[in-house]
Design a protein around this ligand. Structure first.
Ligand code: 13P
Length: 235
């Protein structure tokens, strides 16, 4: 089965950057092994959609609001994301949990809003270093999962992103990943993709992608350079 490679640009990029980064990826994406999702910041969705229109790349957003519309200054609804060409949306990223105080109930509501608009939510879960060091990583992650996952779970993708591995250059070990993904698989069952995220790069992508129950990767920093991202896609 093809692996899903998701680029989370976070708060990076410009209109020119979007053109420059995507052009070689669209040109040189040769791997039959992977399916690609690009998640730029909201204002770049339209430009990215136009550039990617006739390609095999999919468009995703980094967040959505849980309500369909209304007085929510600065937020974006799932229906508008659909209109902008998104077929995926990341919800519950640890940076949103931390900086925007998002909790599991809200993240579940966002996932439901996405599903209601035919968008696949990529639900992020993961423990911080303190929790891992206290031996509570598995129970914490499974609690997040049980509280975030909607009834129609088959429409969701799960991304396990240990917080201590994000942007640190220190990816989780293969044993850490295998152990957690097995626990997540046992909880969600088959048919749901489970991604790993946290310091994925051109060097470690191939070995991470061969671990049992790893159906793809969620890539931050290494998705911002065409060469590096192409190496990951063609792992
Ligand atoms: P890095 O790949 O930069 O560690 O970021 C991971 C991440 O948060 C993707 O959502």
């Amino acid at each position: 089965m093809k692996k899903l490679i998701v680029a989370n640009w976070k708060m990076n990029g410009t209109a020119i950057f979007t053109q420059k980064l995507l052009a070689p990826i669209i040109d040189k994406k040769t791997s039959p092994l992977s399916e690609i999702v690009i998640c730029p910041p909201f204002p770049l969705l339209h430009a990215a959609h136009n550039i990617m229109r006739d390609s095999q790349l999919h468009l995703g957003a980094q967040d959505c609001h849980h309500e369909p519309s209304g007085a929510f200054t600065g937020n974006v609804s799932a229906s508008l994301l659909k209109e902008m060409g998104c077929s995926f949306v990341i919800v519950g990223h640890s940076e949103r949990r931390l900086h925007h105080h998002e909790n599991n109930a809200l993240i579940k509501a966002k996932a439901i809003a996405a599903i209601n608009n035919n968008i696949t939510p990529i639900i992020c879960i993961g423990e911080n270093l303190e929790v891992r060091n206290s031996g509570q990583a598995i129970s914490t992650v499974i609690k997040q999962l049980s509280e975030c996952l909607p009834e129609s779970k088959s429409s969701c993708i799960i991304a396990y992103e240990p917080i201590w591995a994000i942007g640190t250059g220190m990816s989780a070990t293969e044993d850490n990943i295998a152990e957690m993904h097995k626990e997540i698989r046992d909880f969600v069952g088959t048919g749901i993709k489970i991604l790993y995220g946290g310091s994925v790069n051109a060097k470690n992508a191939a070995s991470i992608l061969t671990i049992d129950n790893v159906d793809g990767v969620l890539v931050g920093g290494a998705s911002l350079q065409a060469d590096t991202f192409l190496e990951i896609i063609n792992y």
